[in-house]
Write a protein that binds this ligand. Structure first.
Ligand SMILES: [Zn+2]
Length: 206
């Protein structure tokens, strides 16, 4: 099996997977989408919100904001030494306090970790009119795309390299990151997870 990177841009890469097969290509794609963890907002505590949007709608929007994720620095909450209570090793706190008239953007979130911030600072969250206020504290935790799409690291697709033939052992992958991880990191993490799964499977067989 061979991997050759064809194109690397800010936020996306294209690579060729050669001497492989459709089952492996599909497994690699699925792992990138469903298993590679990222940080996303999972809980929001509202102290004040008299905007036009319900708490639930704002929580939903916050959940979809990609957060830059340094994977080695965070534990899954349920595997953390805090036993799931939430601590600085498994949880990033993002607070927001704004008074209208103003449009609130993702960049207004103040993070407890200066490296774990929204990947895009210009995502609109809510418009506040005169007299409207919002004050909240959000918790971002590591999660996987198979649990909820908000933890997917991006959009990943592949096709046969020789498209007219529609078969073969050579595949063209496109990985577009949403900004939480670098695209090459998505591929590397997926390969690592796939390797660990294969090892586990080998053990079970014995
Ligand atoms: Zn913890």
């Amino acid at each position: 099996m061979k991997i050759e990177i064809l194109e690397k841009e800010n936020g996306s890469i294209k690579f060729v997977l050669d001497e492989s097969n459709p089952a492996f290509a599909n497994a690699l794609r699925r792992i990138m989408i469903a298993e590679v963890p990222t940080l996303a907002i999972d809980e929001v505590e509202f102290f004040e919100n008299n905007s036009a949007l319900y708490d639930e709608m704002i929580s939903h929007r916050l959940g979809l904001i990609p957060i830059i994720t340094k994977l080695r620095e965070y534990n899954f909450r349920d595997e953390c030494t805090c036993k799931g209570k939430g601590c600085s090793s498994c949880t990033v706190t993002l607070s927001l306090s704004k008074k209208g008239p103003v449009t609130v953007y993702s960049g207004d979130l103040k993070s407890s970790d200066k490296e774990a911030v929204p990947a895009d600072l210009n995502i609109p969250i809510v418009k506040l009119r005169e007299g409207q206020k919002i004050k909240l504290e959000a918790s971002a935790v590591l999660g996987r795309g198979r649990v909820h799409a908000k933890w997917q690291p991006g959009v990943i697709s592949y096709k046969y390299f020789d498209e007219e033939k529609g078969k073969g052992d050579k595949f063209l992958f496109t990985v577009e990151s949403n900004g939480s991880l670098k695209p090459e990191q998505i591929v590397a993490e997926a390969a690592k997870i796939l390797g660990a799964k294969a090892k586990e499977f080998g053990k079970e067989l014995k």
